[in-house]
Design a protein around this ligand. Sequence first.
Ligand code: PEP
Ligand code: MG
Length: 561
Amino acid sequence: MQQLKGVSISQGLAVGKIVVLTSAAAPEAQAGTPEEELARFQRAQQQAVRDLGALYEKARAELGEAEAEIFSVHQLMAEDEDFADLITAAIAGGAEASEAVRQAGEQCAAMFSSMDDAYMRERAADVQDVAARIRRILRGEAETTLTGPCLIAAEELTPSQTVQFPRAFVQGFLTARGAANSHTGILARTLGVPAVSQLPVDAQLQGRTAILNGDEGTLILDPDEDQLRAAEAGIRARQAQREALQQLAKLPSVTKDGHAIRLYANLAGTDDLPLLQQSGAEGVGLLRSEFLYLGRSSYPTEDELFASYRQLVQAMDGREIIIRTLDIGADKKADYFDLPPEDNPALGLRAIRLCLTRPALLQTQLCAILRASAFGNVGVMFPMVTGPAELAQLKAALRDAEDTLCARGERFGRYQTGVMIETPAAVFMSRELAREVDFFSIGTNDLIGYTMCADRGNDTISNLYQVYYPAVLRSLKNIIESGVKAGIMVGMCGEAAADPLLEPLLISWGLEEFSMSAPSILRARKTISQWTKAECDELAEKALACNTAAEVKALLESAAR
Ligand code: PEP
Ligand code: MG
């Protein structure tokens, strides 16, 4: 038995076997003998064919035959004899396997590009993609294919890795790096599984049984019988607590004195739909649509996006669903976007900034969202807005999408338009922005970071990354006041919406919609039912009189129910 101490980024308890994901690139290999290199290539080729087969099955089950087709095309390319002959010839000429695959990929791509047929020309990108996949396997960077429930261990997890995990298999995360508001933390809370960061992660953890305790931030390796029994009793006790909360699933979200609010869920895609059942969610306050772009090698088409959105909208059965346009950039990256390298990506070309420079990318999304609006109650929301000029461009883009659909004779419904308030610039311009939209949704994950100049993913300055700083609290109050005065709906989809200490303050200031990971909703319903509006007001006044985050936090903890 060995106990390791880290930092909790998602609460909960789990027992399972560890699967270590290798994401760090191994140094470029020296060429072995041609026989050795050929054998390495053949093993990697077989692995790629198997992985593509699994991806085909997953896509077919989730998106349908037409959308899955691309993986079957890639599978055929990976097995193609002419492609393999080019690689074999390069290896025979002394090339290392990965270099031979790169050369063959380029030769095939050049051949496709020179063809007359447009369909065949487009295959150039596919063959490059297949070559890149085989090279990743050769360099030990392959996406590990999970085959059953496990604890996932990695140096650090990127959003594009996490999107590939079959949700049902994830029992917990243990990482060397990553703060509470990294996307690993957010995903763990969405799934209701524990996550602990700042643990020493290496290959020695592979396959070992462990107890991951997200409340205490610990990992017990090779636990003894007593520890396993205690952990299993803990897991049962939590299950019993969850079942007790289920009585609240169908009740309204009201304070002790009947003041109504709405509790919504944050989702990343159709994979999250099962989480909504029994969650008690009254709507979806944030669909992080960029997850539909991650974990793949080419842009989703309008029809693919529409198919996912329609499935989600129909599953909501008339309840509201707010679809956020692409928030790619910063930590959420996909190679095929070909984003320029940036010194400060969190302050760079991300979200609407990127979309406004690539009008076709924006139109594809807006047309798909508007088409889905014909099937239910849809809101479209723009991230990272800094002021009215950007908003005017985005609204013009919405009108263009409407015109396109009208010209094509396609249906769309009535929809709401909103912005995320997650930049300090938008806070200062919130009165002007409120006149132009139907709703605000406060993105505290970024707003705290940009207000405190503290990277949300950097755990060395996590003391500065706190919602309790007076500067952050005043921003929140200002945003809500601007929205309330303009008569629009104000919600919050940042993680702070699920902070039981903060909820009374948000109620006092007039927040109407709290959107959070699905497993937090019933707990929030219970917390809210324990406060009257007058008690919330009294606490909010005291909190605003504090000068430091420590004072605010101590005050809220002393009042917690
Ligand atoms: C936020 O910034 O609060 C938010 C909800 O968006 P994301 O975490 O995806 O940046
Ligand atoms: Mg954000």
